[in-house]
Design a protein around this ligand. Structure first.
Ligand SMILES: Cc1ncc(COP(=O)(O)O)c(C=O)c1O
Length: 404
């Protein structure tokens, strides 16, 4: 629906789509990786052949390194090997395969409220239930999580809880980052409440590389030396190219077989060619240099959005946001009475002023925390800094118009 409104008016400044910047896609890096692949006929033939269901072993070794560091980095790192890594067609496929493997119709996945709307769709399509847990500026609140679990237990449904879904780095949609000590509390809670069966922590680390300030935080997987609770999902879609479609998961022991068996039924493995290509991109060092370059670009765009919001939105009573340290999104809360939903006045006013956003209501789980319709997600990934500024100015006019 959002897409059709955007296409109907090409002048519209879309701050809606969570796409990466078209102008910084790695054309030269991909080209040189392809040249190096085709310079080696044996390697090219291997890449053009079927691969294995869990994926190309040298790439999986590197993915483990990206997620957990080198084997000398920690004891936890040494607990995992290539067998725990499965390569998927983007991380969406990994999220889908994991949820399909662990959740039956009627089962519950606890999610931050708000959270990544595609996962909410996946959970609903499986006939499972998403239950929203309150967040603060560090993401899901452990006490609120425990409160939700107590309420679920009182309703006699604890055995239904299968997973806790987190986006620890620069969350989509609300931009917050979870410190490792908070993640550790959540992993502890998952373990403590795993009375009927394992409650998994599904850590979606899609935006980890897109950090614009501060230091990297270790993966939630570093909290799982026992290899029984945490699933870490990663992707090259944001950090390199979404078109290459390479994502991955590092799985607990118990999930390797079910996930790979389901994956084998579906696809015999994700595109082998893309995996060989990505291995070359990583091995040549071009991935790291590309990430540094795009970080610099997105940092400027975030700054453009922040500056424009300060000028055009800050003076409106009750409008609030928290500036993220990475990712692609600014989550804006409006005065309670404003309906920012697709049928509300603001959405139409924004389009009339020339800007499109994602109504925040789409990002709320089906149960638990109430849906907040006075919220919106703005993305600074796609548009130029100038267009971001114009878009925020248009949004300011629209909010003022609706407030009268
Ligand atoms: C939080 C989050 N997880 C996962 C993905 C999946 O991306 P992909 O399937 O391209 O790896 C996205 C894409 O927008 C995302 O925002």
């Amino acid at each position: 629906m959002l897409m059709s409104r955007a296409l109907a008016n090409p002048e519209l400044i879309s701050l809606a789509a969570g796409f990466v910047d078209q102008s910084t896609l790695p054309v030269a890096e991909t080209h040189s990786a392809l040249q190096s692949l085709f310079a080696d006929v044996e390697a090219a033939c291997a890449a053009l052949q079927y691969g294995t269901t869990p994926g190309y072993p040298p790439l999986r070794e590197m993915l483990l390194q990206l997620t957990l560091g080198s084997p000398s980095a920690s004891d936890v790192r040494r607990q995992f090997d290539v067998e725990h890594v499965v390569v998927t067609a983007g991380s969406n496929q990994l999220l889908h395969l994991v949820l399909e493997s662990i959740a039956n119709p009627g089962d519950i996945v606890l999610c931050a409220a708000p959270t990544y709307l595609v996962v909410l769709g996946t959970i609903a399509n499986l006939g499972a239930r998403s239950v929203g847990v309150a967040i603060d500026e560090q993401g899901m609140i452990p006490e609120a999580l425990e409160e939700s679990l107590r309420a679920i237990e009182r309703a006699g449904e604890l055995a239904r809880v299968r997973a806790i879904y987190l986006i620890p780095y620069f969350d989509n949609p609300c931009g917050v980052t979870m410190p490792l000590d908070r993640a550790a509390r959540i992993v502890e809670i998952a373990r403590a409440w795993s009375r009927h069966h394992q409650i998994y922590v599904l850590a979606d680390e899609a935006y980890r590389e897109l950090r614009y300030s501060g230091d990297d935080i270790p993966s939630v997987l570093t909290l799982d030396a026992g290899r029984d609770t945490v699933i870490a999902a990663g992707t090259f879609s944001k950090s390199f190219s979404p078109g290459i479609r390479v994502g991955w998961g590092v799985l607990p022991d118990e999930l390797i077989a079910p996930v790979c068996s389901q994956k084998g039924n579906i696809d015999f493995g994700s595109p082998n060619f893309s995996q060989h290509l990505m291995w070359r991109v990583l091995d040549s060092g071009q991935f790291s240099s590309h990430v540094l370059a795009i970080r610099a670009g997105y940092r400027l765009k975030l700054e453009a959005m922040r500056a424009a919001a300060d000028v055009h939105l800050k003076s409106i009573d009750g409008v609030r946001w928290q500036v993220p340290r990475g990712g692609l999104y600014l989550w804006v809360e409006l005065p309670e009475g404003i309906d920012a939903g697709p049928n509300g006045k603001l959405f139409d006013a924004a389009i009339a002023e020339g800007v499109l956003y994602v109504p925040g209501q789409y990002c709320f789980p089906g149960e638990g925390e109430p849906v907040r319709c006075s919220t919106m997600r703005l993305s600074f990934g796609v548009q130029s800094s100038d267009r971001i500024g114009q878009g925020i100015e248009a949004l300011g006019r629209a909010v003022r118009r609706v407030l009268g």
